[in-house]
Ligand binder design. Structure first.
Ligand code: NDP
Length: 325
């Protein structure tokens, strides 16, 4: 439970009466949560380092996977396995870092047949966003013959999945990371080569040598400006993150002289059909062994400490939270 005290966010583990869930949203489905996860946004919410929480008190957690306990929504019946990503969970209404959640049924999608609830949380919003980025680039017309694809923030959750998904789809993936010591891990996920984060993170020229056919950017700020400046003619970047910063000090030169495209990717309010398509693609394409290899598991009581480490960029890949441990 997150509370605001003297402008500080205070996180605590509490046992509360289930009736309090009813007032958290106009939820018509009660879910017994099996697993949740820690995303960058959860880190911002739990530590209070970013304005994620819009109502207090708040149960954080933008993702969960679990089993429907009761429902008055036509699409969901008791016993159904479901997944929730975003829709304001953990921001405007109570989220997934809890043993139960009451949410609007329209926010839930079925757990894809090939993966477990635990594996779905190894994927989480991060993995599903990586798939949305890959789909955005392909919708733009990108194919493996066009050239290299850069992934920034590659050792993070979105980055790790973006590397794995794009490599599996036949792209030559270049991983940018501030942790080159993790290069072997990135190569195992499918990266063909590694670039040092610092080569992209400082202010650069408006137009640079054409290097990438496309990119998935988890980082924003100068990195995204440099990525735009070094995309090949007609290239595209799927921009989804702000781990370096929310600012974007760039010029229009890459857009008007090289026809490059800046494709914004949001995962929170994506329509249901596109969510289901992205999740089905993940379950089809990403081997279970890869999903498992990307994640570590913690107990609910460890979330505050791991959230702080996540924001310091010390966590590799994804973190599953066992809310019942
Ligand atoms: P993680 O914390 O798991 O990964 C972020 C990675 O970014 C780190 O692992 C690190 O990678 C890199 N990084 C961290 N700090 C810096 C820095 N100062 N400068 C450059 N690189 C840095 O987060 P997620 O993967 O969960 O999320 C990544 C980003 O995407 C976040 O900003 C998040 O808010 C955003 N996001 C957006 C979504 C959307 O709907 N648009 C959905 C999900 C996430 P390395 O060590 O390899 O350098």
């Amino acid at each position: 439970m997150l509370d605001k005290q003297d402008d500080r966010t205070v996180a605590s583990i509490q046992s509360i009466d289930e009736t309090r869930l009813a007032s958290s949203a106009d939820g018509n489905v009660l879910v017994r949560v099996e697993y949740s996860t820690l995303n960058y946004k959860d880190g911002l919410a739990i530590t209070g380092k970013g304005p994620v929480v819009r109502k207090w008190p708040m149960v954080p957690g933008i993702d969960f996977a679990g089993v429907v306990e009761s429902s008055s929504h036509p699409d969901h019946k008791p016993g159904d396995q479901v997944v929730l990503n975003g829709w304001g969970a953990g921001e405007t209404h109570w989220g997934g870092l809890a043993q139960k959640a009451r949410v609007p049924g329209d926010h839930l999608i079925p757990l894809p047949a090939k993966i477990t609830a635990r594996q779905a949380m190894a994927v989480g919003t991060a993995g599903y966003t990586a798939m949305l980025c890959a789909q955005a680039l392909e919708k733009h017309g990108l194919s493996p013959k066009d050239g290299d694809v850069l992934v920034t923030g590659a050792n993070g959750g979105v980055g790790s999945f973006a590397v794995a998904i794009l490599a599996k789809r036949g792209f030559r993936v270049i991983a940018s990371t501030g942790r080159p010591g993790e290069a072997a891990r990135l190569r195992e996920l499918g990266a063909a080569d590694i670039v040092e984060r610092s080569t992209l993170s400082e202010p650069g020229k408006p137009l640079q040598k054409e290097r990438w056919a496309a990119a998935v950017d988890c980082v924003g700020s100068h990195t995204l400006a440099n990525v735009c400046a070094s995309l090949r003619y007609g290239g595209a970047v799927a921009a989804c993150g702000l781990a370096q910063g929310m600012d974007l000090q760039a010029t229009v030169a890459p857009f008007i002289l090289r026809g490059v495209a800046l494709l914004g990717v949001d995962s929170v309010y994506v329509p249901r059909a596109r969510r289901i398509a992205a999740w089905d693609a993940i379950a089809e394409e990403v081997p279970v062994a890869t999903i498992e290899s990307v994640a570590t598991q913690i107990a609910l009581a460890e979330t505050s400490e791991v959230a702080a480490r996540l924001l310091r960029g010390e966590v590799k890949g994804r973190v599953i939270v066992d809310v019942n441990a």
